[in-house]
Structures are given as structure tokens and as C-alpha cells.
Design a protein around this ligand. Structure first.
Ligand code: FES
Length: 148
């Protein structure tokens, strides 16, 4: 538990600090475990319910364990029409999971996202924030291999 307090503490006196603290926790382990939420409530002197509310309000926070690498597939219109569905199908085949799931080895999680501002070459996916634009279903295995 102390592990999370150490991460959270530096944001104690920052306005909106709990959000930054949650970002910092998530950056480290890719989700917000219950202990981190409890620790944050204590550090910021707010009820656990309120800290939990912050953690669940923003879509970029996850209270479910996620993989080391988060693959996000853009589903906004330009990517959608460019074949995002085929990219999803290809990722699902390669990884054996569906959107919202994590591989058994805890390595990859698949999520959908809105436009990530890379529409010049669609469809777009990101892996831990790194964009891949103009992806084809054939390229999926090659991209994943970078993370093996
Ligand atoms: S619509 Fe997909 S990156 Fe903009």
C-alpha cells in the first residue's frame, strides 16, 4: 500500500492533484487498483467513495487490471470507413481476445478510442500512446512483434 502513497504524495498540494496522482499510478501499472484509490482518499483527505468517483468518472482511468501494452483502435468515422473493423478482426485473431479484454499473459489489452488526431492516414491504432497510421490487417502481426 505504501507503494501507492509514495506515488500519490507529490500531488497532495496540487490543484486537481488526485487526477494527476491517478495518472501517475496508471502510468506505472496501467490501471487503478483499489488500494491506490484508498491511499488517494487518505492523502487528499476525502471519502473513499469520492476518490472512487474520480477514478470511474474519466474514461482514461481503468479500475480493471490491464495489460502492459494497451492497444487502442480508433473508431471515429474516418478510421471506421477506412476499415477499422478489419484491423480489430486481425488483432482479435492474433491475440485471441476481444475489445475490452486482456491476454492471459497480461501483455496486451484491446480498447476502442475516439479520434487520436492522426487521420491523415487511416485506420489508426495506438500502442501505449504510440500511433500507427494507415495500418493494414496484414501489418498487424508485424506491429505486435515489436512488443514481443
Ligand atoms: S479518425 Fe481515427 S485518428 Fe482521427
Amino acid at each position: 500500500m505504501a507503494e501507492f502513497k509514495e506515488i500519490i504524495m507529490p500531488f497532495k498540494n496540487t490543484p486537481g492533484g488526485i487526477i494527476q496522482a491517478f495518472h501517475a499510478v496508471q502510468k506505472k501499472i496501467n490501471y487503478l487498483p483499489e488500494n491506490a484509490i484508498i491511499d488517494a482518499a487518505e492523502v487528499f483527505g476525502i471519502p473513499v467513495k469520492e476518490a472512487y468517483g474520480v477514478a470511474t468518472f474519466y474514461s482514461y482511468f481503468s479500475i480493471k487490471p490491464r495489460g502492459k501494452y494497451i492497444i487502442r483502435i480508433c473508431e471515429s468515422a474516418p478510421c471506421h470507413v477506412a476499415g477499422a473493423a478489419e484491423i480489430i478482426a486481425s488483432l482479435e485473431r492474433e491475440l485471441g481476445i476481444k475489445i475490452g479484454e486482456t491476454t492471459g499473459d497480461g501483455k496486451f489489452t484491446m480498447e476502442l478510442t475516439e479520434c487520436v488526431g492522426q487521420c491523415q492516414a487511416t485506420p489508426v491504432i495506438t500502442i501505449n500512446g504510440k500511433p500507427y497510421a494507415g495500418v493494414t490487417p496484414q501489418q498487424v502481426a508485424e506491429i505486435l512483434a515489436e512488443y514481443e
